[in-house]
Design a protein around this ligand. Structure first.
Ligand SMILES: NC(=O)c1ccc[n+]([C@@H]2O[C@H](COP(=O)([O-])OP(=O)(O)OC[C@H]3O[C@@H](n4cnc5c(N)ncnc54)[C@H](O)[C@@H]3O)[C@@H](O)[C@H]2O)c1
Length: 393
């Protein structure tokens, strides 16, 4: 029996991870610790809460007494720390909260684990591991070499990642590897970088068994509609304008969330202790092209499957690029992120299985088929935030 303590599992990636491991392994127990901030929704783990293998606890990762009690009560083998303030725009408005949750929360988990996992004669109990979920944003921003995507340059390492796929593309000739110097540029990424550093410090100083995974932009089911793809889907259905920062030329590397969850579980079970693993999709796309693709797919689905038109608050003809509205750019907006995941491919056999064309169609259809979930998470708080961010831009 393996026991996972998963923090932040009422959020986007965490809930997908819990679904993934429960579906994958029968001999596990899962303890979920989540503060249920605006980004945490029990509706995302409604089925899992009925699973006898799952215990849910509402609480803060920074609460020392609570975390110590959970580790004492459950014989936790793996801690997977998803809990974070995760939205860059919010970090620009309120940086302090990011430092408290992302840095001090991480240090608290590490410290409680250090005490709970220390064996009687010294050293650590066998089989224990702390995994810090980090981000490609810790590496800063890469330049764009081309305005339009190019096919990937295929080295032997990259061949291992992409297999026989030919749809992967890039906007530049440089990628983030695990050796790329850390150079965060927003309060969010600075807080995530600090969390990575304290995680590695616990490994170097106290010998804590840790790993860090750094992933690119995730997309998929249960994505909170403040982030680009679900926000665009939601606005299209409501016939609202689609806010795009600046000219929409910033490039992100899109990773289907289930592929990410698989990579995390592989690192937990097989990653070398003390190592960092990059996880990315080798699917770079500019924001403006993402928005155009989402518009085109929704328009096609509505035309081909007219029963979905009941979800529209606008005429079908209104779903076109005319909905796009360029708004003032985010301050210090990073130009391009691009992950090279060949280390995890080489060492653990992971690769991004889901082509973007498949993942984005699945994501859009999930959003069309789960309007109740979207309604349940778009609370007054989200509406207030939306107005604050986009109304006067
Ligand atoms: N979403 C992405 O594309 C992406 C990309 C790279 C890295 N990441 C990292 O992955 C992790 C998960 O991201 P996400 O998009 O699922 O985030 P999210 O914002 O959807 O969810 C965060 C979860 O953490 C919980 N939480 C916040 N503060 C807490 C606290 N103090 N104590 C306990 N729980 C708390 C929230 O209630 C929520 O359930 C984060 O660490 C983020 O930095 C995300």
């Amino acid at each position: 029996m393996t026991t996972y303590l998963v923090t932040g599992a009422a959020g986007f990636i965490g809930c997908n991870f819990v679904k993934y491991i429960l579906g994958r392994h029968s001999d596990i127990k899962v303890v979920i610790l989540d503060a249920l901030t605006y980004a945490g929704n029990l509706a995302s783990i409604a089925d899992e809460l009925h699973d006898a293998r799952v215990t849910f606890v509402r609480g803060d990762v920074g609460d020392r007494a609570l975390v110590a009690k959970l580790l004492a009560e459950h014989d936790v083998d793996y801690i997977v720390n998803f809990a974070a303030e995760s939205h860059v725009d919010r970090s620009i408005t309120n940086p302090r909260l990011f430092l408290e949750t992302n840095i001090l929360g991480t240090q608290n988990l590490l410290d409680c684990a250090r005490h709970a996992w220390t064996a009687d004669g010294g050293g650590y109990l066998p089989g224990k591991k702390y995994l810090q979920i980090s981000t490609d944003e810790v590496y800063g921003s890469l330049p764009k070499t081309w305005d339009e995507p190019h096919p990937l340059p295929v080295t032997d390492d990259i061949r291992r990642v992409i297999g026989s796929r030919s749809d992967m593309k890039t906007y530049g000739d440089r990628f983030f590897t695990e050796q790329t110097p850390l150079a965060p540029r927003s309060p969010y990424s600075a807080s995530k970088t600090s969390a990575d550093l304290i995680t590695m410090a616990y490994h170097a100083t106290y010998g804590m068994p840790v790993n860090i995974t750094r992933c690119s932009n995730n997309y998929g089911p249960y994505h909170f509609p403040e982030k680009l793809i679900p926000l665009i889907i939601n606005n299209i259905l409501q016939g609202k304008k689609l806010p795009v920062y600046g000219r929409g030329e910033n490039v992100r590397d899109w990773l289907y969330v289930e592929d990410h969850c698989k990579g995390i579980d592989m690192v937990l079970r097989g990653g070398r202790v003390g190592e960092v693993y990059n996880i990315g999709g080798f699917n770079e796309e500019s924001n403006i092209n993402i928005v155009r693709q989402v518009i085109a797919i929704i328009a096609r689905i509505m035309r081909d499957e007219p029963h979905y038109q009941q979800l529209l608050s606008c005429p079908l003809e209104a779903i076109n690029d005319g909905l796009i509205q360029h708004v003032a750019d985010r301050p210090g907006h990073d130009m391009r992120y691009a992950i090279d995941p060949s280390k995890i491919a080489r060492e653990l056999g992971w690769y991004p299985e889901t082509p973007f064309s498949v993942g984005i169609e699945k994501t859009i259809r999930w959003n069309l088929d789960h309007r109740d979930w979207v309604k349940s998470v778009t609370t007054g708080d989200y509406q207030r935030y939306y107005d604050e961010m986009y109304k006067n831009r």
